[in-house]
Design a protein around this ligand. Structure first.
Ligand SMILES: [Zn+2]
Length: 221
């Protein structure tokens, strides 16, 4: 059983290592993410490498070992199942579950997680559309693109990667959820905005290209 701090470090290394093809994450990035000093991160990396959860060199940064990756995927599975349980079973809004899950993921027993998974019918995705790793640690992320990098066309929203309540509430106002099909009508690269319309609705949505970087989509044309 890992401590809450260990679990948060493993999640942070996992999150950033996926953005880098070498799988190595600089300690400065982890420090910035977790709001701690680089010295604290170095200490923790020594501790985690002693437990065979990361490999770490001060110059190259840190990478997860197989057992570190397995532990990170387990905590991500817990987080995502808890979020879905809070929405589907307890009736909370999708904008309000991330912070709750950040707490609960460290304390809910394996038995309760298995029961939640069963009650939810072994779901593939959380309320924000993020894929849920299997109990054996397999994560199927599928083929998606960032909306910010798309050309005009018809798409389906698959996942919202930014889980702040303000952003999720804003999407809710337009009824723009994972599964929604929409047309990307216009890209104003000088003004830094995109305009799109949900299928079956007249309302136009204008969003910043930066916000569109948090939306993963697939073609639905
Ligand atoms: Zn979350």
């Amino acid at each position: 059983m890992n401590s809450r701090t260990t679990e948060n470090y493993l999640k942070a290394v996992y999150r950033h290592s996926r953005a880098n093809s070498s799988g190595n994450v600089s300690l400065g990035i982890i420090a910035g993410d977790l709001g701690v000093t680089p010295g604290t991160v170095t200490q923790m990396m020594k501790h985690l490498s002693g437990r065979d959860l990361v490999v770490y060199e001060s110059r190259r940064g840190a990478a997860l070992t197989d057992s570190g990756e397995r532990a990170a995927l387990d905590i991500i599975r817990r987080h995502r199942l808890i979020e879905l349980f809070l929405v589907e079973v307890m009736g909370l809004d999708w904008a309000d579950v991330h912070d709750e899950a950040e707490e609960l993921e460290h304390v809910v027993s394996d038995r309760l997680i298995a029961r939640m998974d069963e009650m939810l019918g072994h779901p593939a995705r959380d309320p924000h559309g993020a894929p849920i790793p299997s109990a054996s640690g397999v994560l199927k992320s599928g083929q998606t693109r960032r909306l910010a990098e798309c050309e005009t066309g018809t798409y389906r929203l698959i996942q919202v990667t930014k889980e702040t309540s303000g952003f999720l509430e804003w999407l809710s106002e337009y009824k723009f959820f994972p599964g929604s099909i929409f047309d990307l009508h216009h890209i104003d690269s000088m003004g830094g905005t995109l305009s799109l319309g949900l299928s079956g609705q007249n309302k136009k949505i204008v969003m910043s290209i930066e916000a569109a970087g948090s939306l993963l989509v697939e073609e639905a044309g």
